[in-house]
Design a protein around this ligand. Structure first.
Ligand code: PLP
Length: 280
């Protein structure tokens, strides 16, 4: 059963109406969110998630979210959770009601990890590359596109996943028209070459991933080389392993790309999972 808490720590019924129909988060997708993984009652990467919420709010010219508010709501969800050992904890923060006084709407919502995600974590995933239509320098040139902010406007990301399904895959690697790799609709792309991990930089117009950062921290400590640098689409075929990282997904292996089976990366996957888990 999902658990919903408001920013004042009040528990609310997630099956009952709560948000006004003129909330700009609903009307225009004008707002931001985070999804934090909680394992055995302990939230992972709480600080980095909150920092990213603040960064997204700044990019949208929204009032700075209060850490105390989100801590209070988070605690209320954790205190009332009766589900499994893992929680996908969503923080939502919208611009509030149209024509209102500018007070944001915010809440924390605890959800079970879906069976689909659990299967994908275990067995891997088939992905396709899809052009997102923005060149690699557009995030810097046109900040109003909000590339790299975690906004509630995920309709495009979800449409890309439906396109993947039409083509017999479950995931997407977004690419730029000038030939660079971006990210997945809900995850960071990590490419492994020998003992080197590579992921594209946030400056290319993607979210800086908290899961990827945790993995890179652990890997570097154990002697891996970690590089946050542009990755060309043409380099994907040469990788020893391709992985999606996200709070909910953890480290998920790609076994197929654009209809072609990738080299077996189950051993690399086990090693990356061990490294990631060693952070907690
Ligand atoms: N990129 C996008 C577009 C995402 O939506 C997400 C997470 O939801 C990520 C990357 C991965 O971020 P994190 O590891 O912090 O969950």
């Amino acid at each position: 059963m999902p658990v919903l808490a408001l920013l004042d720590g009040t528990i609310a019924d997630p099956t009952q109406p709560l948000i006004r129909v003129d909330d700009l988060g609903l009307m225009r997708g004008d707002g931001i969110f985070e999804t934090v993984l909680v394992v055995d009652g302990k939230p992972r990467e709480l600080g980095p998630h909150f920092d990213r919420l603040v960064r997204s709010a700044a990019m949208l010219d929204m009032p700075e979210p209060s850490r105390a508010d989100f801590d209070r709501a988070t605690q209320a969800v954790l205190d009332n959770w009766t589900g499994g050992s893992e929680i996908a904890l969503k923080w939502v923060y919208t611009r509030g009601i149209e024509g209102g006084d500018g007070t944001p709407t915010g809440f924390a919502l605890g959800l079970e990890i879906s069976e689909t995600v659990q299967r994908q974590r275990a067995t891997g995933i088939a992905a396709i590359t899809l052009d997102r239509g923005f060149d690699s320098d557009v995030a810097q040139r046109a900040p109003w596109l909000l590339l790299g902010a975690k906004t509630l406007s995920y309709a495009v990301n979800m449409a890309a996943l439906r396109e993947a399904a039409r083509r017999g895959a479950e995931e997407v690697i977004f690419t730029t028209p000038d030939g660079f790799v971006l990210e997945g609709p809900t995850s960071t792309l990590i490419a492994v070459y020998g003992k080197t991990l590579r992921t594209p930089p946030a400056t290319i117009g993607i979210l800086p991933g908290t899961t990827q950062a945790a993995l890179f921290r652990a890997a570097e400590r154990e002697g891996w080389s970690v590089k946050t640098e542009p990755v060309r689409v043409s380099e994907l075929a040469e990788a020893d392993g391709l992985f999606f990282a996200s709070s909910v997904r953890k480290i998920t292996r790609l076994h197929t790309l654009d209809g072609t089976a990738l080299p077996d990366s189950t051993a690399v996957h086990s090693e990356l999972t061990r490294l990631y888990d060693s952070e907690y």
